[in-house]
Design a protein around this ligand. Structure first.
Ligand code: ADP
Ligand code: MG
Length: 682
């Protein structure tokens, strides 16, 4: 027997080329292959006589080849193969386009199983491009529920299916981690059966059950992991703070805090009194003023002679925080330092020395904070901004630099309460559900392609008034199949044909981290008029001069994501606009997008998104920064997630320290889930 950790290259037919293709899908080991789940299924179990075939409704049928297939060359690049088949009920003419395989395989007088649908115009007479297999072959593409896998160039669905089948034949699937009583209670398939059934279900019902098991399992592991972390932190003790005089801080603020900000600060101060480390998430829409909540916490920590580390995901975000916090704290006698990767070695060394000596109270930085060289004198508070960009492990790496410091994580992704409980089970949550007063709302419009000249004129108008624009595209490269606008191509088009006189910049996720930052920083300095970008601009960079955002093919995005993107404009004094374009006329899609034009409340939008699209969007790794769930592609239901969380909470309480094989396997899986995450963070 092979092991789950063995490389895929031990399988027959996996050489260097195949292995490379599989690696594209993050499949390196047999375990990865077995956990590469289908994203959907096609029911090909129905077997009918030819007479009973219905137009446009695919089915299997068993038929004999009635003549030798004839191939004619129509023109360059187009060959047609025609053949007639029959069963005892009727005859059927088949046509294959450019299918040498069919021409060679189908033999006069032999029987095959076909799968296809007669075309609507010639019911009962003809069918194009059916798939077929020999009657005695092990079914791969007919007579079964066919799993549909996420694929990559050069790797067909059938090839992947054969590899998975091979892997399952030589290697046991992952061990059972769900206790028997839990499986009983929630009607969950045993592991062994589920791993086979998810790839080779006997029916659509069985496929559903297998899917449910995988979703349940993954959230069970995840919730158990969070519970264990929470329990471990709950045992920790810290000295309660004694100085809660916040008056000088409030006096120094150029404004009064909103009610929501005050409540969040009160939550935090309460945590500081308790004598146990705080674990708090502050969730607030873009612009809700999270930075000031963080500042209040840092001020209180400084008043109690503790250092604060504020970690931001990008250099320019760190620089922006550094600028606003130093301005605020300097008059209060609190010294703030910046530590980022792009500083010179000497600058970094000097700053680190001042941090270690305790000369600096607040340190703002990027991942550079995490390196071993960074040592604190007395780190009391760790704050991560835009928490969805950091893995759970990076968080703990930073907290490990202090003696069980308080932890505050800030996220601009509004998540419905039900979901927040599941995804941030290890954290207490404060919500900023109120924007500072006087904020002008971003007017949002949904338009079709006929508005193109007006959109272009609108862009020009904004630029002529001295403002800047974002144009967001769903893809980087042109994707023919989806007909989706690609950033690089669109930037080129705008520059060449529409705005030859304007400065167009490009930003996308395939650029290097430093290139992205440089492009964004240049735009923030006003060195380009229009920034054509993919969703990488999501993270909280402030360009107050940007007053217009055009989102191309907006139907490609989730509502929450659109809302997130829209938050990039409307950060300055001038009136801002967001224009959503779409070719899609599906009434549901239009309704979904119109919801975004009507409201600017991120939490309401998130609720709507959850209702319309399910939880999938919220835990795709980009948005949540949570572990890369294998089931993330499943449009899974909230109930299964909730059940799994409940079951895991009960189980941890009752059996958390037990040493059954299941408990041991579970602990191992928790470790794997949280390790796997680190690699996928950006
Ligand atoms: P985010 O939650 O997106 O991180 P920020 O902390 O960047 O939001 O705040 C957005 C803007 O609102 C900043 O310019 C900040 O100075 C301002 N701001 C924050 N709190 C208030 C308030 N209570 N009243 C007025 N303006 C505020
Ligand atoms: Mg922010």
């Amino acid at each position: 027997m092979a092991k789950l950790s063995d490389p895929v290259t031990i399988l027959k037919g996996v050489g260097q080329v195949r292995a490379k293709q599989l690696a594209q899908l993050n499949i390196v080991t047999l375990g990865d292959l077995i956990c590469h789940f289908p994203r959907g299924y096609e029911d090909r179990t129905r077997l009918v006589p030819i007479e009973k075939l219905e137009a446009d409704r695919p089915a299997c049928f068993r038929a004999m080849v009635m003549n030798t297939p004839r191939t004619s060359h129509i023109r360059k690049g187009l060959d047609l193969t025609k053949v007639q088949v029959a069963d005892s009920t009727a005859r059927l003419n088949l046509t294959f386009f450019n299918n040498r395989f069919a021409a060679e395989q189908l033999q006069y007088g032999k029987e095959y199983i076909f799968y296809g649908a007669p075309s609507g115009d010639f019911v009962g007479y003809s069918m194009t491009n059916p798939v077929f297999e020999a009657v005695d072959a092990q079914p791969v593409t007919t007579r079964r529920v066919l799993p549909i896998y996420p694929l990559t160039a050069g790797l067909t669905n059938a090839a992947l299916l054969r590899l998975v089948r091979q892997a399952l034949a030589v290697c046991d699937p992952p061990a059972e981690i769900l206790p028997e009583p839990v499986r009983q209670k929630y009607g969950i398939l045993p592991a062994q059966r589920a791993y086979f059934a998810i790839h080779e279900p006997n029916s659509m019902e069985e496929a559903e059950l297998a899917k449910k098991r995988m979703i349940f399992e993954e959230f069970f592991v995840f919730s158990a992991g969070l519970s264990l972390m929470r329990a471990a932190r709950a045992e920790k003790k810290t000295e309660p703070y004694h100085n809660f005089d916040m008056r000088p801080f409030y006096a120094a603020l150029p404004f009064t805090l909103t009610g929501a900000q005050s409540r969040a600060v009160a939550d935090i101060l309460q945590d500081f009194r308790r004598g146990a480390p705080m674990n708090r998430l502050v969730q607030g829409d873009v612009g809700s003023g999270k930075t000031m909540v963080a500042a209040a916490a840092a001020y209180c920590a400084a008043g109690n002679h503790k250092q604060t580390a504020l970690m931001a995901p990008t250099e320019i975000l760190a620089e922006q925080h550094f600028a606003s916090l130093s301005a605020l704290f300097a008059p209060l006698g609190i010294s703030v330092a910046l530590l980022t990767g792009s500083m010179t070695a000497k600058q970094k060394k000097d700053t680190r020395e001042r941090i270690a000596a305790g000369e600096v109270q607040v340190v703002v930085g990027t991942h550079a904070l995490l390196t071993d060289a960074t040592r604190f004198c007395d780190l009391g508070l760790v704050i991560t901004d835009e928490q969805h960009r950091f893995g759970v492990g990076q968080r703990s790496k930073l907290t490990a630099k202090g003696d069980d410091p308080h932890l505050l994580v800030m996220s601009a992704t509004p998540i419905p309460r039900t979901l927040a409980l599941i995804l941030y089970g290890d954290l207490d949550v404060s919500v900023l559900d109120e924007l500072p007063p006087g904020r002008e709302l971003v007017d949002t419009f949904l338009v079709g392609e006929s508005y193109r000249p007006r959109i272009n004129a609108f862009i020009r108008k904004h630029v002529e008034e001295g403002h800047q624009c974002f144009v967001v595209c769903p893809a980087v490269e042109e994707n023919q199949e989806l007909g989706v606008k690609a950033a690089s191509v669109w930037a080129e088009t705008l520059q060449q044909t529409v705005f030859p006189d304007l400065r167009i910049a490009l930003l996308h996720g395939q650029m290097k981290g430093s290139e992205k930052e440089a492009a964004m920083a240049a735009f923030a300095r006003g060195e380009a008029d229009v920034m054509v970008a993919t969703t990488v601009i999501e993270v909280g960079v402030d360009v107050p001069n940007a007053t217009l955002m055009v989102i191309e093919d907006a139907d490609r995005f989730g509502l929450s994501q659109l809302h997130q993107l829209r938050g990039r404009v409307g950060r300055g004094k001038a009136k801002s606009y967001c224009i959503l374009t779409t070719h899609n006329r599906n009434p549901e899609t239009v309704q979904r997008l119109k919801a975004l034009c009507k409201t600017t409340d991120g939490f309401r939008i998130a609720e709507e998104d959850l209702r319309l699209r399910g939880p999938g969007d919220f835990f795709g790794s980009r948005q949540s920064g949570l572990p890369a769930f294998r089931v993330a592609d499943f449009s899974c239901d909230l109930t299964t997630m909730k059940d799994a969380q409940q079951a895991s909470a009960n189980w941890i309480d009752a059996f958390g320290t037990s040493d059954t094989p299941e408990a041991a396997a579970l602990r191992e899986r928790i470790g794997e889930l949280f390790t796997r995450t680190e690699g996928t963070m950006n």
